[in-house]
Ligand binder design. Structure first.
Ligand SMILES: Nc1ncnc2c1ncn2[C@@H]1O[C@H](COP(=O)(O)OP(=O)(O)O)[C@@H](O)[C@H]1O
Ligand code: SF4
Ligand SMILES: [Mg+2]
Length: 355
């Protein structure tokens, strides 16, 4: 369908030596909040994202995984510059777009698209599907006068919708179909990167696989690179070649998919894997021996000192409260695998951590 079809295989071949398409460096988003304290008012910040770094290769796919509230959507919104970061760099093809003003951002907006979690609130209910999809085409001057409808129908067909339904309104479609419309809108401008923010979380289980298959087809056929946001490791297992696990605004473990799933180093990753029933079965872990996370995620306004995971970690020792563990290469499990834990180990013993 697209004029600039990129081949994912060609793009990823030799990608390890090529400059990554997207390089995120020490990205931070601190939201200021006002809070009454005693007689006066103090200014506090929500440390929603607090120093996130990762690379995305051309045609590659990175899974960004963590519990609700850990900063995944905020990260996605910064990369697509719906938010301006407090600090850090977002290098897209070598240009730092983190602080660019709207005019300079324009060409980059086209290249970096987002698909939102909620297909109900992300589409304007008063616009027809044709309007929704053709607006970005007009904004970016991507289609000749008189050819808009043809392009809209082509896009609808590409995402598995009936091209004859271009004049319908979002409320005439099911959740899965609406998410396809959101995907068509993102595809319209022929982006190089799509941030898919929990794109199937709001859908019925039976529909989730169909939408995942569509995204997989787009990745393969068009060579689009994906940052795929999810709250559990099960969803991204087949889709992503790299996985980054987030906890309270930071990445605690990152690496190639095989290493994250077969040799997780960080206790939080181990707990997330253990919580995914299908993955537990695959790895031969009986349900009763699974790690269960206890307690709530602490507030990002006042995160724990040292290691942010320490209030829920069964391995925590004194050092965890005083020293923040840096992301260290886990050479024993393979190249490109990093984890931030004072006691990261190459092997996990799930039975030692039974709740
Ligand atoms: N505009 C905002 N102002 C203040 N806090 C925010 C704002 N947006 C998000 N947050 C907070 O930042 C943290 C991360 O949110 P979010 O990125 O949506 O997490 P996730 O997508 O992982 O569930 C949460 O504690 C959330 O309440
Ligand atoms: S540094 Fe300490 S608290 Fe943090 S994950 Fe490792 S053992 Fe647990
Ligand atoms: Mg979110």
């Amino acid at each position: 369908m697209s004029k600039t079809v990129r081949n994912a295989d060609a793009a990823s071949a030799g990608s390890s030596s090529a400059t990554p398409l997207l390089q995120v460096r020490d990205l931070k988003m601190h939201f200021p909040i006002k809070e009454a304290a005693g007689l006066g008012r103090t200014r506090k910040v929500v440390q929603a994202v607090d120093g996130v770094s990762f690379d995305l290769q051309r045609g590659g796919s990175l899974g960004l995984v963590g519990e609700s509230g850990c900063g995944k959507s905020t990260t996605g919104r910064m990369i697509t510059r719906l938010l301006t970061p407090t600090a850090g760099q977002i290098l897209f093809k070598g240009t730092d777009i983190a602080q660019l003003k709207e005019r300079e951002l324009r060409p980059f907006r086209r290249e970096l698209q987002i698909v939102f979690q909620d297909p109900y609130s992300s589409l304007n209910p008063r616009q027809t599907v044709s309007n929704i999809i053709s607006t970005p085409l007009r904004v970016h001057n991507l289609v000749k006068k008189g050819k808009e409808l043809e392009r809209v129908q082509e896009l609808l067909e590409r995402v598995g919708l009936n091209p004859e339904h271009h004049n319908r309104y979002p409320n005439e479609f099911s959740g899965g179909q609406r998410q396809r419309i959101g995907i068509a809108r993102a595809l319209a401008v022929e982006p190089e990167v799509i941030i898919a923010d929990e794109p199937v979380s709001a859908l019925d289980v039976s529909i989730q696989a169909q939408v995942m298959n569509l995204l997989e087809d787009l990745r393969r056929d068009l060579g689009i690179a994906f940052v795929f946001i999810a709250h559990d490791l099960g969803v991204v297992r087949h889709f992503c070649d790299q996985v980054a696990v987030m906890y309270l605004g930071k990445i605690v473990e990152q690496g190639p998919r095989e290493q994250i799933y077969s040799a997780p180093q960080h206790p939080y990753t181990q707990a997330l894997l253990s919580a995914a029933p299908d993955l537990g079965t695959i790895r031969g872990v009986p349900p009763k021996e699974r790690i269960r996370l206890v307690g709530d995620v602490p507030s990002p306004i006042d995160p724990p000192s040292g290691c942010r995971f320490r209030t829920r970690c069964w391995k925590a020792e004194d050092i965890c409260a005083t020293q923040e563990p840096p992301l260290m290469t886990q050479a024993q499990s393979g190249p490109g695998h990093t984890a931030a834990c004072h006691f990261a180990e190459p092997k996990i013993d799930l039975t030692a951590a039974t709740a």
